[in-house]
Design a protein around this ligand. Structure first.
Ligand SMILES: Cc1cc2nc3c(=O)[nH]c(=O)nc-3n(C[C@H](O)[C@H](O)[C@H](O)COP(=O)(O)O)c2cc1C
Length: 221
């Protein structure tokens, strides 16, 4: 499965089987986490036992309380942290999909109960629930390309494909509050239209756009 196939197959999964993730897959995830932490100046952590991370009422009702493991998205607390978390975290989400696991980004969780290391000067932004889904989720309702991007018949193919993958990106409460504009010299601009955790959304959207367009993007602030 390549990244495009993983983007198409991925949906948020909130109900998990009790099965633990096998050691070999944990190793694959941890190796990728090490690589992304170096590249993105992050401190992403695989927390094997989700414990009481999802004991909040909302999580219990949604089923997320059943997630066996979690990825804690921690990093140096600067202006670009949320976007970096989105951009690099989405790479883990897609890797998980490729090795048969399911995920759900979760802004709502119990910060006190998660077994993550958050040193001074760093911040725990969000978590990613991970495990074997009891189902594989379902496609989200989506805005159209015209609603989220510069559109028109003369848009280059790479831009159209980038926007297509961006529309499949998970966003908090499925808000899709972003715009992708094509400027002079093929410059691509991502506009954050606000909303809960919208900078994490922008980071995720940038990575999906990169996969679709084949053009490298950089998380910013
Ligand atoms: C930044 C962010 C925060 C999210 N927080 C939660 C959450 O707290 N609880 C939850 O059930 N889903 C959460 N989600 C999942 C979204 O609801 C989901 O991505 C969106 O509805 C689109 O559905 P899809 O992921 O299946 O494509 C979050 C997603 C993102 C990107």
């Amino acid at each position: 499965m390549n990244d495009i196939e993983a983007i198409k197959a991925r949906h948020s999964v909130r109900k998990y089987k009790p099965d633990r993730i096998e050691a070999e897959k944990v190793t694959i995830l941890k190796e990728k986490i090490d690589e992304l932490n170096k590249e993105g100046d992050l401190n992403l952590q695989f927390v094997e036992d989700a414990g009481k991370t999802y004991n909040k009422f909302f999580n219990v009702v949604s089923g997320l309380g059943s997630a066996p493991s979690v990825i804690a998205c921690v990093g140096k607390d600067d202006a670009g942290l949320d976007q970096r978390v989105g951009y690099y975290g989405q790479q883990l989400v897609l890797l998980a999909q490729k090795i048969g696991l399911n995920t759900c980004w979760t802004g709502t969780f119990n910060k006190k109960n998660i077994d993550a290391d958050v040193p001074d000067g760093q911040r725990l932004v969000i978590c990613i629930a991970i495990g074997y889904g009891a189902d594989s989720g379902k496609p989200h309702k989506s805005k159209t390309a015209a609603q989220v991007s510069t559109s028109g018949e003369d848009m280059p193919e790479w831009f159209v494909k980038g926007v297509e993958m961006a529309l499949l990106a998970p966003t908090a409460i499925n808000q899709q509050k972003f715009m992708i504009n094509l400027g002079p010299n093929d410059a691509v601009e991502f506009v954050d239209k606000g909303g809960v955790l919208s900078q994490v959304d922008i980071g995720i959207v940038k990575y999906n756009f990169e996969v679709g367009s084949g053009r490298k993007q950089t998380p910013g602030a």
